[in-house]
Design a protein around this ligand. Structure first.
Ligand SMILES: Cc1ncc(COP(=O)(O)O)c(C=O)c1O
Length: 1000
C-alpha cells in the first residue's frame, strides 16, 4: 500500500487551492484543499498523502486511476459560483415557474405540509441525511415513522399488511400486476387494466408488463368485467390472472366496484384497487370490498406536488400475500433484552438477496416522503384526516351543485373530489378561461373538463372556476358564488360510505398540539444516527455532504407547488433547470443524451436495459436477450434485467476482483448472437479501478453486444474519466450519491439514464404523451415513471451542487474521495486486510476490510464489528457486500481528517477487542463485540454479569465520555421478527417493561 516516494512537496503543489468563497472549500472535508494559507505542509491533505507516500494529490490520482480510462478533456462546465450567487440564480429560475391553483388532479393534489413537519422532517438533516435502516439499532426513529406509515396505509385501505413505500403510483400498479402473476403461478393468462386508471398509470403499467412478458388487456369496466372484456380477449388467452381498477377513477367517478370484484373472484382472479388515500377516509376501502391489493400515492398527505415527485406510493395486501410484496417492509421484533424493536422484515425476498428472482428491483424507495405522509396522519389523526377529506369532497359537491345550477352537465353522480363536466367542443376554452383566472383545470379531451378539489380549495377558488365556465358557456342560470362555499355535502351513496374506523392506534391521537408533535419528531430523530452526527462510511452508498444551500430551494413554492401536468409555459424555470442539468450530466459522463425520468438507480437500470433491448429489436436482433453480469454486481442489476425480460448469465471475477477475461470470452462465444450486452459497475463494486475495462467493452462490442456501465460509483470518476468515452453505451447515475441528493432514510432518489447517440431514441418517453425536448428530444422509449421528469422536485439539489462546485471543485471532490479511501485503507490494513487493490496497491473511492480470517480464528463476525461500532458512535460500513464476511468503507470527500482518524481509532480498538477474544480474555459470546450495541439501560441496570466492565461497554474510547450516542435498543433479533411477522404499530402494552420494585 505505502509505495512511492515520501518527499513532502511545497504545499501549493499538493492539492488544488480553493478560495474561501469557493464552495469546494466547504464541501471538501480535509483541510489543505482549502485556502492557500490553510494549505500548510503539515495540513491535513498533506499528512494523508505522507501516510500514503505520495508527494501530491495528482501523483496519488495518477497512480490510482488507470491511464487507459483517463479523459483528455477537462469538464466543460460553468465556473463555480458562491452560495449567495447560486441561490440568487435559483431564485431567478424559480420565478420563471408560474404557481396557479392546481385543480388538475390525476393523482396529484394541493396539500398543506404542516410547517412543523416541513421544517422538522422535510428540511431537517436529522431525517433527510439518514441512511436506509439496514442497521436497525441506530434507525429506530425512522423505522417507527415508517411503521406508522404502514399502519396508516393498512388502516385506510382496509388490508392487513402494507409496505414502507414504493416509487410512484404508476409503478406501484405495475408492481401489483407482477405480484398478481407471481401469486397466481399461472404460466399463461392475462391481467385486465380498467380504462379508468390514470393515463400515466396505464402507460407505465403496460410498458412494464410488456417488458416482462405479462399480457395485459385494457378494458372499460364501467358495465362490469364480462361486459368490458367482451370481444377483447381471444379464447386461447388463458386464465384471468388479475384485475386492476381504480377508486376514485381517473374521470372522478366513484364506482360501485362490488360487481367487478365479485366477477373477478368467481374466475379465481386477484383484484388490485388503485386508491386515493384521502378518499378512503370517507369511502369504503378496497379491503372491505374484497380486493386483495391496494396501491396508490400518499402525496396528498402533506407532500408537495414537486412537479411530479418525489412522492411515496403505497401498497397493501391481504394476509397471505405479504411474502410477495415488492420493496421494503418494516416489522416488529425484539432485541437481545427481549424489548420491542423494529427492523426491516422479510429481506430474503428483496433484490439484494434473490437478485433476478426478487419480488422487485426496488432498492432506494421514497422513505422520507413516506415519513412526511405518516407524520401528516399522526398530526391530524383520524378526525383531522376525515375533516380534510370532507372538505375536499364538500368543495367538489358544492361546485357540482353550482355548475349544475348554471346549466353545466356534471357527468358522474358519485364522485369524491373531482367533478367531470361535459362541455361539447369548449373544453380548451374553459381551461384557458380558468387559467387566466389563476386556476389550472384538466381537459381529457375536447368535450370534457375536470376539476379536482383538495385540502387547499377555498370558496374563492370555486368561484373562479364557476366564473371560468360562465365566461365561456351560455348559461341558463347565473351561478350563485355563495353556493360554492365548500360546505355542501353531496352525499355519497350508502354503498360507498365508509363506516369502519381507522387510525385508532394511540400514536395517531397523542400528538395533536404543535408542542407534542415537535417533541415526537425530536424524540424519534434522537434515536437515529444520521450524517448530521457522524460519518456514515457505507461503501457503495456515498454518504457525503448534502449542503444546506443545495437543499434550500426545494421547498420554495415555485418549485414545490407545480403540478406535473401544467402547460409548459408555467414551468419554464423547471424546464431550464432540468435541461441544463441533463446537458451537464451528459458532459460529465461523456454520453450524448440524458433523461432524469427514473426515480431511483434501479429504475435507471431498467430504462437503460430497455434502451438496449429496443435498439437490438430495431436492428432486427430481437433474439439478443442475454445480459452478462459479474458475480459481484449489485443485486438491482440482475433484478432489473429480469424486469426488462432479459436473461442473466453470470461472468466470473478473479481473486483480485477483476472480471475474468477468459470467462467473458467463453460466455460471449457460447451465447453468440443472443448476447444483448454486459452490465458492469465502474469502478467495480470491489472498490477498484479495473485496468482492463476497455478490453471488456471491446470484447462485448465485437460480439455485437451493448455495454451498460452502472454509474452508481461515478463519484470516483467525475472530472477524471467518462464512461461514455471508455466504452459505455449506457449508464445510470445515482444523483442521491454522487450529486448530493440526501438519502432520506431510504429515498428519495434520482437515477438518470445516460446514453450514447444511437440509444437516444430509446430513452423513456413522457408517460403523459407530451413531445420530448433537450438532449432527449427524440425519446420514444417505454416510460418508467409516472411523470416525465420523475422526482423533479429534488433536482434543484444536484443543480445547485454542480453550480457551487464548478469543474475544478467537482474534480477535486473525486480526487479527495480517492485520497480519503486510500488513507483509511492504509491506516487500517495492518489491522484488517484490505481485500482488493489495483496494481499499485491502491483502492479507488472505497475499500473492503476482510474479517473472514479473524472470524475463522475467533468467531467474531463482521456483523459483531458493525454492531460494536455503534457503541463507538458510528454507523457501520457496508456489511457483507459485495463479499460476505467483510466491511466496505467509503469515507467520501466530505469527511475531515479528525473524523477519519476517529473512525480509524474505533476500528483499531475493535481489532484490539478481537485480539482479546483470540487471547482468551473473553469468549466470543461473552465479549463486548457480541454484546454490542449496549444501551444506557443495559449498562446502568443493577445486574451486570459480563466479564468486561460497564465502562468498556459504554465508553470504549475516552472521547465518548464527552459526546455519546446511546443506541436505543440492543441487538435486534431478525429471525424472530420474520417468524412472528407484525408490520403495523404494536399495542402499547408490548412496550411495558417489568421494573424491579425500587429498593429491591
Ligand atoms: C452499484 C449500484 N448499482 C445500483 C444501485 C441501485 O440504486 P438505487 O438504490 O437508487 O435503486 C446501487 C445502490 O446502492 C448501487 O450501489
Amino acid at each position: 500500500m505505502c509505495s512511492g516516494a515520501t518527499v513532502t512537496q511545497p504545499a501549493e503543489q499538493s492539492a488544488p487551492a480553493f478560495d474561501r468563497a469557493h464552495f469546494a472549500f466547504r464541501h471538501l472535508g480535509p483541510r489543505g484543499v482549502g485556502t492557500v494559507s490553510e494549505q500548510r505542509p503539515d495540513g491535513e491533505t498533506q499528512r494523508m498523502l505522507d501516510q500514503l507516500g505520495y508527494p501530491t494529490l495528482d501523483a496519488l490520482v495518477d497512480a490510482a486511476v488507470p491511464a487507459t480510462i483517463r479523459s483528455e478533456r477537462p469538464l466543460d462546465l460553468p465556473a463555480a459560483r458562491t452560495e449567495t450567487e447560486v441561490l440568487a440564480h435559483l431564485r431567478e429560475i424559480a420565478d420563471r415557474n408560474v404557481v396557479k391553483t392546481q385543480m388538475i388532479g390525476l393523482g396529484y393534489h394541493g396539500t398543506i405540509t404542516p410547517p412543523v413537519i416541513r421544517r422538522n422532517v422535510l428540511e431537517s438533516p436529522a431525517w433527510y441525511t439518514a441512511y436506509t435502516p439496514y442497521q436497525p439499532e441506530i434507525s429506530q426513529g425512522r423505522l417507527e415513522a415508517l411503521l406508522n406509515f404502514q399502519t396508516a396505509v393498512a388502516d385506510l385501505t382496509g388490508l392487513e399488511v402494507a409496505g414502507a413505500s414504493l416509487l410512484d403510483e404508476a409503478t406501484a400498479v405495475a408492481e401489483a400486476v407482477a405480484l398478481m402473476w407471481r401469486a397466481s403461478r399461472a404460466k399463461t393468462g392475462y391481467v385486465v387494466l380498467d380504462a379508468d386508471l390514470f393515463p400515466q398509470t396505464l402507460a407505465v403499467a403496460r410498458g412494464r408488463a410488456e417488458a416482462a412478458g405479462l399480457p395485459v388487456v385494457v378494458a372499460d369496466l364501467s358495465e362490469g368485467l364480462a361486459a368490458g372484456l367482451a370481444g377483447q380477449v381471444s379464447d386461447d388467452a388463458g386464465t384471468l390472472v388479475g384485475v386492476v381498477t381504480q377508486q376514485v377513477g381517473a374521470s372522478g367517478r366513484v364506482a360501485d366496484l362490488r360487481g367487478v370484484i365479485a366477477e373477478a373472484k368467481e374466475s379465481g382472479a386477484l383484484v388490485t384497487v388503485a386508491s386515493d388515500l384521502l378518499a378512503l377516509a370517507i369511502i369504503t376501502p378496497p379491503g372491505e370490498l374484497g380486493a386483495d391489493i391496494a396501491v396508490g400515492s400518499a402525496q396528498r398527505f402533506g407532500v408537495p406536488l414537486f412537479y411530479g415527485g418525489p412522492h411515496a406510493a403505497f401498497m397493501s395486501v391481504r394476509k397471505g400475500l405479504e411474502r410477495s410484496l415488492p420493496g421494503r417492509l418494516v416489522g416488529v421484533s425484539v432485541d437481545a433484552d427481549g424489548d420491542v424493536a423494529y427492523r426491516l422484515a422479510l429481506q430474503t425476498r428483496e433484490q439484494h438477496i434473490r437478485r433476478e428472482k426478487a419480488t422487485s428491483n426496488i432498492c432506494t424507495a421514497q422513505a422520507l416522503l413516506a415519513i412526511v405522509a405518516s407524520m401528516y396522519a399522526v398530526y391530524h389523526g383520524p378526525n383531522g384526516i376525515r375533516t380534510i377529506a370532507e372538505h375536499a369532497h364538500g368543495s367538489a359537491a358544492a361546485l357540482a351543485a353550482a355548475l349544475r345550477s348554471a346549466g353545466v352537465t356534471v357527468v358522474h353522480a358519485h364522485f369524491f373530489d373531482t367533478v367531470r363536466t361535459h362541455v361539447p367542443a369548449r373544453a380548451e376554452a374553459v381551461v384557458a378561461a380558468a387559467s387566466s383566472r389563476g386556476v389550472n383545470l384538466y381537459a381529457p379531451d375536447a368535450d370534457h373538463v375536470q376539476i379536482a378539489c383538495d385540502e387547499t380549495t377555498t370558496a374563492a377558488d370555486l368561484t373562479a372556476v364557476l366564473a371560468a365556465f360562465t365566461d365561456v358557456l351560455p348559461t341558463s342560470t347565473t351561478p350563485d358564488g355563495h353556493a360554492a362555499d365548500g360546505t355542501a355535502t353531496a352525499g355519497l351513496p350508502d354503498w360507498a360510505r365508509r363506516i369502519s374506523t381507522y387510525l385508532q392506534h394511540p400514536v395517531f391521537s397523542a400528538h395533536r398540539s404543535e408542542t407534542a408533535m415537535l417533541r415526537y419528531l425530536r424524540k424519534l430523530a434522537d434515536k437515529d444516527l444520521a450524517l448530521d452526527r457522524t460519518m456514515i462510511p457505507l461503501g457503495s452508498c456515498t454518504m457525503k455532504l448534502n449542503a444546506t444551500a443545495e437543499m434550500e430551494a426545494i421547498s420554495w413554492p415555485e418549485f414545490a407547488n407545480i403540478h406535473p401536468f401544467v402547460p409548459v409555459d408555467q414551468a419554464e424555470g423547471y424546464r431550464e433547470l432540468i435541461e441544463t442539468l441533463e446537458a451537464q450530466l451528459a458532459e460529465i459522463t461523456g454520453y450524448a443524451a440524458v433523461s432524469v425520468q427514473p426515480n431511483a438507480g434501479s429504475q435507471g437500470e431498467f430504462a437503460g436495459l430497455l434502451a438496449i433491448r429496443d435498439f437490438h429489436r430495431a436492428n432486427g436482433d430481437a433474439q439478443r436477450d442475454i445480459v452478462l453480469i459479474p458475480a459481484s454486481a449489485h443485486g438491482t442489476n440482475a433484478a432489473s434485467a429480469a424486469l426488462a425480460g432479459l436473461r442473466v448469465v453470470v461472468v466470473a471475477t478473479a481473486d483480485d476482483g477483476e472480471i475474468l477475461l477468459d470467462d467473458l470470452r467463453s460466455k460471449l462465444e457460447k451465447h453468440g448472437s443472443t448476447v444483448a450486452g454486459i452490465m458492469i459497475t465502474y469502478p467495480s463494486t470491489h472498490g477498484v479501478y479495473e485496468e482492463h475495462v476497455r478490453e471488456v467493452c471491446d470484447l462485448v462490442h465485437d460480439a455485437g453486444g451493448q455495454v451498460y456501465i452502472d454509474g452508481a460509483n461515478l463519484n470516483a470518476l467525475v472530472g477524471l474519466a467518462r464512461p461514455g468515452e471508455f466504452g459505455g453505451d449506457v449508464s445510470h447515475l445515482n444523483l442521491h450519491k454522487t450529486f448530493c441528493i440526501p438519502h432520506g432514510g431510504g429515498g428519495p432518489g434520482v437515477g438518470p439514464v445516460a446514453v450514447a447517440e444511437h440509444l437516444a431514441p430509446y430513452l423513456p418517453a413522457d408517460p403523459f404523451g407530451a413531445p420530448g425536448s433537450g438532449t432527449g428530444a427524440t425519446a420514444s422509449g417505454t416510460p418508467v415513471s409516472a411523470t416525465r421528469y420523475g422526482s423533479a422536485g429534488i433536482l434543484p439539489i444536484s443543480y445547485a451542487y454542480l453550480a457551487l462546485m464548478g469543474p475544478d471543485g467537482l474534480t477535486a471532490a473525486t480526487e479527495t474521495a480517492v485520497l480519503t479511501a486510500n488513507y483509511v485503507a492504509s491506516r487500517l490494513e495492518g489491522h484488517f486486510p484490505v481485500l482488493y487493490t489495483g496494481p499499485k496497491g491502491l483502492v479507488a473511492h472505497e475499500c473492503i476490510l476482510d474479517l473472514r480470517a479473524l472470524t475463522k480464528e475467533t468467531g467474531v463476525t463482521a456483523e459483531d464489528a458493525a454492531k460494536r461500532l455503534q457503541d463507538y458512535g458510528f454507523h457501520a460500513p457496508t456489511l457483507s457486500f459485495p463479499v460476505a464476511g467483510t466491511l466496505m468503507v467509503e469515507p467520501t470527500e466530505s469527511e475531515d481528517l479528525g473524523e477519519l482518524d476517529r473512525f480509524v481509532e474505533a476500528m483499531v480498538a475493535i481489532r484490539g477487542e478481537i485480539d482479546a477474544v483470540a487471547a482468551g480474555r473473553w469468549s466470543v459470546e461473552e465479549s463486548p463485540l457480541r454484546g454490542a450495541p449496549h444501551t444506557a439501560a443495559s449498562v446502568t441496570a443493577d445486574a451486570w454479569d459480563k466479564p468486561y466492565s460497564r465502562e468498556l461497554a459504554a465508553f470504549p474510547v475516552a472521547a465518548l465520555r464527552a459526546a455519546k450516542y446511546w443506541p436505543p435498543v440492543r441487538r435486534v433479533d431478525g429471525a424472530h421478527g420474520d417468524r412472528n411477522l407484525q408490520c403495523s404499530c404494536p399495542p402499547l402494552s408490548e412496550y411495558e417493561t417489568e421494573l424491579e420494585p425500587s429498593g429491591s
